[in-house]
Design a protein around this ligand. Structure first.
Ligand code: ADP
Length: 834
């Protein structure tokens, strides 16, 4: 080997080229420089090629490149050696290099031959350009589509009410989620990573997270529901979430894409539907229960008059099982009763109208005596399902009739008993009233005699002791009379039998009258009685003057009775609040009433305390009656009192004031009460009076009183005699001015006698005299042709005042007018009453 290499560089065998042949300088150097230039170029080309090959690793055919580079480089070296040969004859190295060159060249040739078939199919540049152009176009198209898809995606995101989201494989948000932010109000910092879990309702959060974790583990479709915070409504709303994993090439999860849909509306609707359905079912159950448990019979019968439905109660009434009824016709079950029932069903199917509260009397299979049932029948209308209209009233659409049956046999029996006992009670009440009327008559008549004769006796007696005895008799008689009047009044009020006579009443006259009446009693006890009007008042009010007088006299009587010193004041005023009313206040400086006593003041027979009764007497009825009377007049009676200081009783009577009402401000105190007191200065009479009474004592007493007042008096013992005397007097030209006619007389009573007088054209005033104090007495007398009314026992002053009034103050024409008015009013009330 060493020998080979040393031989290789052995230059001794060959001369340098300069000396081999006849080289001109020029030709030699042309060779040398050309060879060197070629070598330099052949060295540069492979360098460039190798540089290219190294830079473009993707370039195909690298081997060819290398071979090509090697081949050129070898050729270059051959040229270099050719230049070197001019000085150094290294022909052996030259041959070696040429051999290497030949090997490399042929290797390159072989490689080229192998490569050419492949390269030959390479597209031409134009074709490549064309392809590139197509590809560029395609790329632009794809980009356009991508942009459109992106826009669609964004539009979807902004347009949808759902939340669309993407997360990392682990489930955290890695990019801001626009629709999430919009729905929940969480900004990016809130929902990034796993911040989104905060938007879930805390009760749902742990479920949600664990379901999400298991879906992630299995890389399967995820589905869950729950409640999520909704920013706009500031409330949690129900949602359903779905997500799918997007897988990468290696099968691992690249990301999750999902949606969350708000199903609150649907959820609510479902809940409501559910609630409605369960309520419906509940109602149905309740109805069934009611149907079954109803204590009344119920049934449903179709157009063929067959039972569709029946409850247990009715089945029992009919005496067959419920199953037996179903599908059977009415007559198969009701037998005899069907004659009453079937026409009703037929009518309802024909008219569509219900028939209510029909009484069916008879017996079913299980009764051995007649019973009564109260039955109501209702047509059952069905709406036309094709039109969905309201239930039609058309008779042919009545598909069934339902009935409700109630056994009222016992009730009927009870009603009958009740009617009977009501009749009995009415009869008892009537007999009580009659008893009271009779008793009143029986007590008043002897009282009339006792009091009358006491008065007569007083007229004769001069001795003070004797007079005193008679005065005691008179006082006690009066007391007894008051008592019986009170008891009668109370029983009349309680039996609702006290009628009011509402009329226009002059307030000043009423008060003056009361004051003059009470003045005597007050001055007997050295009390000052003051009556005053504290404000302007209507001149006339609408009330019952008799009853109002009774109340005020009772209050003033009490005030006088329970006071020893000081004054008793009756003050009258108009009050506007709470409504327009007249207030009569009776106050005294008397013994007063304790709080405890005040509370039971208006109860009948209750007196403040028994010591008071012992000291002052009294029945305890006055206030009870007064209160009831005031209530009947539409007002109220109030009491205020302080023990030892005095009391005030107020009667408040609401009144209506019209525009044309005359208001006055009376000043009473300037008048002397005595001027008003008719009893102290009775009238002087100069008239003829006929007294008709079957009782001698009444005739005697009346005559005595009237003659003492200056009248001329005739008497008659009964109605017939009265008529005879009257007619005789008229015919002889000595007519009577007034007739006093007792109402209860044997043979011909007062009413009949008065009617006969009127039929004979006698128009003198007739004053009815009666011991009856029951309801309707006054009306009966006035309607029977009398002009006024006096009750027994006869009060001397009252009698004289009334006779004086009718003989002096009033004309026959006026009386005739009044009688005609009364007759007209009576006729119209009779025609109105059924
Ligand atoms: P009597 O007929 O007993 O007076 P009333 O019903 O009028 O019946 O009165 C009942 C009781 O109320 C009286 O007994 C008395 O105790 C008490 N009373 C009524 N008015 C007064 C008054 N002005 N002062 C004190 N006590 C009174």
């Amino acid at each position: 080997m060493i020998e080979f290499f040393s031989k290789l560089f052995d230059l001794s065998d060959f001369p340098p080229r300069w000396r081999c042949g006849n080289w001109s300088e020029f030709l030699g150097w042309l060779h040398i420089s050309s060879d060197l230039a070629t070598w330099a170029a052949y060295f540069a080309i492979p360098a460039v090629l190798i540089y290219f090959a190294r830079k473009r690793a993707d370039f195909p055919f690298t081997r060819i490149f290398w071979l090509f580079a090697g081949f050129i480089l070898a050729c270059g070296v051959v040229h270099l050696i050719d230049a070197v040969l001019f000085w150094y004859p290294i022909y052996r190295i030259s041959a070696l290099v040429k051999f290497v060159t030949a090997v490399v060249s042929w290797t390159t040739v072989i490689a080229l031959v192998q490569t050419v078939p492949k390269v030959i199919h390479f597209p031409s540049l134009a074709a490549t350009n064309e392809q590139l152009r197509v590809e560029a176009n395609q790329r632009q198209e794809t980009e356009r589509e991508l942009r459109a898809a992106k826009a669609r995606y964004e539009a979807l995101l902004s347009g949808t009410r759902s939340i669309v989201w993407t997360t990392s494989p682990e489930g955290g948000f890695v990019t801001p989620q626009v629709s999430w932010e919009r729905y929940t109000g969480q900004v990016w910092n809130d929902h990034r990573g796993f911040g989104w879990t905060a938007a879930f309702h805390e009760d749902d959060r742990s479920d949600w997270i664990s379901q999400w974790a298991s879906a992630r583990g299995e890389a399967t479709k995820f589905q869950a529901s729950g409640r999520i915070w909704h920013h706009d409504s500031q409330s949690y709303r129900s949602f359903v979430a779905e997500a799918v994993p997007v897988l990468s090439r290696d099968g691992s999860i690249a990301e999750w894409v999902g949606t969350i849909s708000d199903i609150e509306g649907q959820h609510k609707a479902e809940m409501e539907l559910g609630a409605a359905q369960s309520e419906l079912a509940q109602q149905k159950r309740e109805l069934e229960l009611i149907y079954e448990a109803a204590p009344v019979g119920m049934s449903l019968v179709d157009r063929d008059l067959k039972f569709l439905r029946i409850n247990e109660t009715l089945a029992k009434i009919n005496g067959y099982s419920r199953e037996y009824h179903l599908g059977r016709r009415l007559e198969e079950v009701l037998h005899d009763l069907s004659e009453q029932v079937i026409p009703i069903y037929t009518r309802i199917f024909a008219t569509g109208q219900p028939e209510l509260d029909i009484e069916i009397v008879g017996r079913t299979k299980v009764n051995d005596s007649d019973r009564t049932w109260l039955v109501s029948y209702y047509p059952l209308e069905v709406s036309d399902p094709t039109t969905g209209d309201e239930p039609s009233k058309k008779p042919d659409q009545v598909t069934a009739v339902s009935s409700i049956v109630q056994d009222i046999t016992d009730r009927k029996l009870q009603e009958k008993r009740l009617q009977e006992s009501e009749r009995n009670a009415l009869a008892a009440s009537k007999s009580k009233s009659e008893f009271l009327a009779n008793m009143s008559h029986e007590i008043r008549t002897p009282m009339a005699a006792i009091l009358g004769y006491a008065d007569v006796l007083l007229g004769y007696l001069k001795d003070p002791d004797n007079r005193n005895c008679v005065l005691v008799i008179k006082k006690n008689g009066k007391y007894l009379l008051e008592l019986i009047n009170d008891i009668l009044d109370l029983s009349r009020i309680e039996a609702n039998k006290l009628d009011l006579q509402i009329e226009k009443t002059n307030l000043l006259r009423l008060v003056a009258d009361i004051r003059s009446l009470m003045h005597v009693r007050a001055s007997e006890k050295n009390l000052l009685l003051v009556a005053s009007f504290d404000s302007a008042v209507p001149e006339v009010i609408e009330t019952d003057p008799t009853r109002l007088r009774q109340v005020l006299i009772n209050l003033l009587g009490n005030a006088v009775k329970f006071s020893e010193t000081g004054s008793v004041v009756l003050s009258v005023r108009l009050i506007m609040q709470p409504q327009v009313a007249i207030e009569f206040a009776v106050s005294d400086d008397g013994i007063g009433i304790s709080k405890e006593q005040l509370s039971r003041l208006f109860k009948p027979f209750s007196q403040a305390d028994t010591s008071v009764t012992r000291q002052y007497g009294g029945s305890g009825l006055g206030l009870a009656i007064s209160q009831r009377l005031v209530e009947m007049l539409g007002g109220e009676l109030l009491a205020e009192s302080e023990l030892g200081k005095g009391s005030t009783f107020r009667v408040i009577l609401p009144i209506a004031i019209s525009q044309d009402q005359r208001m006055i401000q009376p000043v009473l105190d300037e008048q002397s009460p005595e001027n008003d007191d008719v009893r102290i200065h009775p009238r002087q009479l100069s008239c003829r009076v006929l007294v008709v009474d079957d009782r001698r004592d009444v005739r005697y007493i009346s005559q005595h009183f009237l003659e003492a007042a200056g009248a001329r008096v005739s008497t008659a013992e009964d109605g017939q005699e009265g008529i005879d005397v009257a007619i005789a007097a008229r015919d002889t030209g000595e007519p009577f001015d007034v007739v006093v006619m007792d109402m209860q007389m044997p043979n011909l009573d007062g009413l009949q006698a008065t009617a006969t007088l009127r039929s004979h054209g006698i128009e003198w005033p007739v004053i009815a005299l009666t011991a009856d104090a029951m309801k309707g007495d006054r009306d009966r007398c006035l309607n029977g042709g009398c002009d006024d009314y006096l009750s027994k026992p006869i009060d001397q002053a009252e009698l004289i005042e009334m006779i004086g009034h009718y003989s002096q103050d009033i004309t026959i024409d006026e009386l005739r007018k009044r009688r005609n008015e009364r007759a007209a009013a009576l006729r119209s009330s009779l025609s109105q009453s059924p």
